[in-house]
Design a protein around this ligand. Structure first.
Ligand code: ASP
Length: 338
């Protein structure tokens, strides 16, 4: 086992693309391949930064930007719809070295919400800016802004319609009535239409620093103005060199109440648990008590990686600078193809 105090850091990046009802029966081989390719492209974007000696902060930014541009995932382009048929995007980023964090919530125009979150962190004295003011801040700092329709995809529109027909509240984009109805409408194989997910990345760089970033469209059919766990520091995103970097995905309200990512960090700091023990306790013991479904990815300064989830699947993967890498979707995935 690596000893963080004596061994040189083993730089690595870990990503997720959401968790939910993901079973093999819902995927054609082509669809599964598309998701693996999307994950792999994001891993490569982050790993390139680490190979060049870049920071964990730059690596998670690069990986999340790639995932925000991929319409397969519920962040940036391909974000889910609110109940009133719009997109409200949330993102956060945290630097484990300095302890600084930045976040945006309810943005509607900035193409890459994670870059807006980073702008809040580096260019203001604040941690979170919301709504139109966050879009304007991003624009003022030269970030690309787009027409809100740029985020929309037909599959997402259909997902909203399914959630409305089901008459329930907000649903995870790849879970619940919307996903179920989509499956029925597509003869049981609509993985491409509803298997999207919040995205996140955590990384360890050669200097031994950690960083985390999370970006999302939230939950399908959410009330306008609803903010989930993703942009809340400690709930859906957290980084601290002394403990871990973590990014969560799942039913945001339950992750907020559990302060999920910080809870895992606290278990390492105060209970002396390992990364694996601390993250498993949150996902398999604390969250299920409140019917909280989802997962998280995490890394510590020794380069240990944890990716626990209590759903049927979670889009996930990791890559180290030595080239070893792995991507997976299902619970029983033993080995991804890279
Ligand atoms: N956690 C996100 C939210 O509640 C949703 C997700 O992870 O898919 O906004």
């Amino acid at each position: 086992m690596a000893d963080a105090d004596h061994d040189p850091p083993r730089p690595a990046i870990v990503i997720h693309g959401g968790a939910g009802t993901l079973t093999r029966a819902m995927f054609t081989p082509e669809r599964a391949r598309a998701y693996h390719e999307g994950l792999r492209a994001a891993l490569h974007a982050g790993t390139r930064v680490l190979i060049d000696g870049g920071s964990a902060l730059d690596a998670v930014t690069a990986a999340v930007v790639a995932l925000e541009d991929d319409p397969l995932f519920n962040a940036g382009r391909g974000a889910v719809f609110t109940a009133d048929g719009r997109h409200e995007l949330d993102a956060a980023i945290m630097d484990g070295a300095s302890g600084r964090a930045g976040a945006v919530a309810g943005v509607t125009r900035v193409r890459h919400p994670v870059l807006a979150a980073r702008t809040v962190m580096t260019r203001t004295d604040h941690v979170m800016i919301i709504g139109d003011a966050a879009d304007r801040l991003a624009q003022a700092h030269g970030l690309e802004c787009v027409d809100p329709s740029w985020f929309s995809t037909p599959a997402r529109r259909e997902q909203l319609e399914a959630a409305r027909r089901a008459g329930g509240g907000a649903t995870l984009d790849h879970d619940g009535p919307a996903a179920g109805e989509n499956r029925r409408n597509h003869g049981g194989d609509s993985a491409g239409d509803n298997k999207f997910g919040t995205v996140g990345a955590v990384a360890l760089d050669a200097a031994g620093h950690l960083a985390a970033a999370t970006s999302t469209g939230g939950m399908t059919n959410k009330l306008p103005g609803r903010v989930g766990d993703s942009p809340l520091i400690g709930a859906g995103c957290y980084a601290d060199d002394a403990t871990l970097a973590a990014s969560a995905t799942g039913h945001g309200e339950r992750f907020i109440e559990a302060v999920a990512c910080h809870r895992a960090a606290a278990a390492i700091e105060f209970k002396g648990q390992s990364l694996a023990e601390a993250t498993a306790e949150v996902i398999f013991r604390r969250l299920p008590l409140d019917r909280g479904r989802g997962g998280l990815i995490a890394i510590d300064r020794a380069g240990h990686i944890a990716m626990p989830f209590n759903t049927e699947g979670m889009y996930r993967g990791w890559q180290r600078v030595d080239g070893t890498a792995w991507t997976a979707i299902f619970d029983d995935d033993l080995c991804g193809e890279l």
